[in-house]
Design a protein around this ligand. Structure first.
Ligand SMILES: Cc1cc2nc3c(=O)[nH]c(=O)nc-3n(C[C@H](O)[C@H](O)[C@H](O)COP(=O)(O)OP(=O)(O)OC[C@H]3O[C@@H](n4cnc5c(N)ncnc54)[C@H](O)[C@@H]3O)c2cc1C
Ligand SMILES: NC(=O)C1=CN([C@@H]2O[C@H](COP(=O)(O)OP(=O)(O)OC[C@H]3O[C@@H](n4cnc5c(N)ncnc54)[C@H](OP(=O)(O)O)[C@@H]3O)[C@@H](O)[C@H]2O)C=CC1
Ligand SMILES: O=C(O)C(=O)Cc1c[nH]c2ccccc12
Length: 379
């Protein structure tokens, strides 16, 4: 049994940023990471060509801006290097191969009890702390929808978190399901590797360029969403014309309003739209069922595929390990019930870093808020 002031569950950007803010205030903390490395989403579960979609000022963690000579959009490998540097600068030493299996609040002691499976030694470890930070990520586990007949599929089935690049799909018929940021970029990547690519787009989606998002983020500093959204939509119309001709319909609400209300990000186009326009990537409607080598879609469309890649999003796994006696998290999606800007603080010394659906910028704010709050309470 080891006692510390704060246990942080998860060594991704949110856990590391929180540890850095606590270390600066000399507040004792331990970061527990289930994988054999920190930031495993970025090292192991993201595709090769990934770059941050937001410009660098929106992606930096507290107290360490990206260098002036770094490109505006940081690559996956540069972001990993930045995180490694961040850890050494702030003296963060995550304990890896530590999967948090259970955490509960002991009312008598007024402390959190944390049970960990040390995957290296196979031995169970126990930690006791006054404050517990859930930083296990909005993207903790890939979400695979229940598609009728999928088990009978003859080809390969993959979640986007397991996709690296299109090399082994060259010349193959590949279906990408989902048109969020992962789906649109993976479809484009597959098409770069000469895979015969199709993408399922079942709902309306805002597709914007990086530049339009950058303009939008800048304007939002001075103007309300209801002014910024129409500007962004008009810029998108100028860029893409009427994309519903190609099966990409726009939602009723604006992109930043939807982001603020639901957390769903607009899809940032890195080249997929042009391929769709040229007919090089085919847009398909909802899947009805899968049978052996073929997939049936709405409107009776049937096509054969060698592989299906599900870019259908992620799940939070907080409720797999947290005993949530006070019902602070939603049972359906494992997100805190408190909505931003109040999502980071729970009860009994429980905190959430990285659950505001606001990307790295939100993580940076959460980490600073949490450390400040703990410093005040612990003083
Ligand atoms: C492909 C992709 C690209 C993205 N790009 C951007 C971007 O450009 N800009 C942006 O702002 N946001 C982006 N995001 C959003 C993304 O969520 C954040 O950037 C960031 O990685 C989230 O950090 P996090 O620390 O909250 O979660 P994660 O990075 O998921 O880290 C959580 C960590 O907790 C560990 N963990 C989980 N459960 C346990 C457990 N029970 N015990 C111990 N450890 C556990 C995990 O192994 C993981 O290392 C992207 C997301 C994805 C999926
Ligand atoms: N470079 C970057 O910055 C990147 C950032 N990201 C971020 O990571 C997070 C996760 O993104 P992503 O992995 O794209 O996941 P998302 O949750 O954003 O998107 C999932 C997509 O899958 C669709 N979908 C879900 N279930 C089905 C189904 N049964 N049939 C058809 N379509 C379905 C959804 O459509 P529907 O709306 O109909 O439910 C949606 O289009 C986001 O925050 C994203 O912005 C991801 C990649 C790159
Ligand atoms: O990549 C993501 O999912 C993010 O949440 C980053 C993000 C925060 N605010 C935004 C507004 C528009 C597009 C992406 C983001």
């Amino acid at each position: 049994m080891e006692e510390t002031q704060v246990v942080i569950v998860g060594g991704g950007p949110a856990g590391l940023a929180t540890a850095a803010c606590l270390n600066r205030l000399s507040i004792q903390n331990i970061v527990l990471e289930r994988d054999d490395c920190c930031a495993s989403l970025w090292r192991k579960r993201a595709y090769d060509r990934l770059k941050l979609h937001l410009a660098k000022p929106y992606c930096q963690l507290p107290y360490m801006p990206f260098p002036h000579n770094a490109p505006t959009y940081i690559s996956r490998l540069d972001f990993i290097a930045y995180l490694d540097n961040y850890m050494s600068c702030f003296g963060i030493e995550p304990r890896c191969c530590r999967s948090v299996e259970r955490a509960w609040y002991d009312k008598v002691e007024g402390k959190w009890m944390v049970v960990v499976n040390n995957k290296g030694s196979g031995v169970e470890e126990r930690y006791v702390c006054r404050y517990l930070v859930a930083a296990s990520g909005e993207n903790s586990e890939g979400f695979l929808p229940d598609v009728p007949g999928l088990k009978s599929f003859h080809g390969e089935v993959l979640h986007s978190s397991g996709y690296e690049n299109g090399e082994r799909f060259r010349g193959k018929d590949v279906l990408v399901v989902g048109c969020g940021n992962s789906g649109m970029e993976i479809a484009y990547d597959l098409s770069n590797y000469a895979a015969n690519t199709s993408i399922v787009v079942r709902s309306p989606v805002h597709v914007l360029t990086k530049d339009i998002v950058r303009v939008g983020m800048f304007l939002l500093k001075y103007l309300p969403c209801k002014v910024v959204d129409p500007i962004c939509i008009n810029l998108a119309k100028m860029k893409y014309g009427n994309s519903s001709k190609y099966g990409i319909r726009r939602p009723k609400g604006g992109p930043f309003l939807i982001k603020a209300k639901t957390g769903r990000s607009p899809t940032i186009d890195v080249g997929c739209m042009n391929r769709i326009k040229k007919g090089e990537i085919k847009v398909l409607p909802s899947i009805t069922y899968v049978k052996e080598d073929h997939v049936r879609f709405a409107y009776g469309i049937v096509n054969c595929f060698d592989a299906i890649i599900f870019a259908t999003g992620y799940k939070s796994t907080v409720l797999n390990w947290l005993e949530d006696e006070k019902g602070q998290f939603n049972e359906e999606d494992g997100f805190p019930k408190q909505r931003p800007p109040n999502h980071w603080k729970g009860e009994s010394g429980l905190y959430c870093a990285g659950f505001g659906r606001q990307g790295l910028l939100g993580i940076s704010n959460d980490a600073q808020n949490i450390a400040r709050d703990i410093a005040t309470l612990a003083a």
